[in-house]
Design a protein around this ligand. Sequence first.
Ligand code: 4NP
Length: 155
Amino acid sequence: MTKILFVCLGNICRSPLAEGVLRHKLVAAGLQDSIEVDSCGTSNYHIGDLPDPRTRNNAASHGVILTHRARQLEPSDADTFDYILAMDEKNLANSEALFRQHGKKPKHLGLLRAFEEPPTQAAVPDPYYGSAEDFEAVYQIVDRATEGLLRHLSK
Ligand code: 4NP
C-alpha cells in the first residue's frame, strides 16, 4: 500500500481537491486498493470543516464529490505516508519545520507540481480570496499534476 498526503494551508481548498481528484483517478484506474490518499493543512484555521463550498461546487461540476473534514498536519504523518506533497513553497517549508522540530524524517516531502508533466516548482495558487475562475484554474492545475503523479505511481 502506497500512502499519499497532500498539504495546503487551510485544508479546505487545494489539498482536499487534490485528494478527491486523485482518488477519482485511482478508482478509474482500479488502483484504489493499492494507493491511499489523504489531505491536511499546516494551519488549524478550519479543523473539522468540509471543503469550501466554492471548491465543492467546482469539483462537483467535474464529477468529483468532496467529503473530507479538515485536519492539521501532525508529526506522525512523516511515519505514515510515503509521499507528502505540498501545494506551495510556504506550506512545504512549514511542513519541513514541523517534522524537523519533532525529529521526523519523511520518506518523500516535496511539491505536488514536481510530478506535473513537464515538472515545475510553481505553486498551486491559493484561490481563497479569488473568483470562480480562480477555483477553476486551480482545478485544471490539480487535474494535470495528479495525472502526472498517477503516471509516476503506476510505473
Ligand atoms: P487552502 O486555502 O490552503 O487551499 O485550503 C485557504 C483556506 C483558508 C485560508 C487560506 C487559504 N484562510 O486564511 O482561512
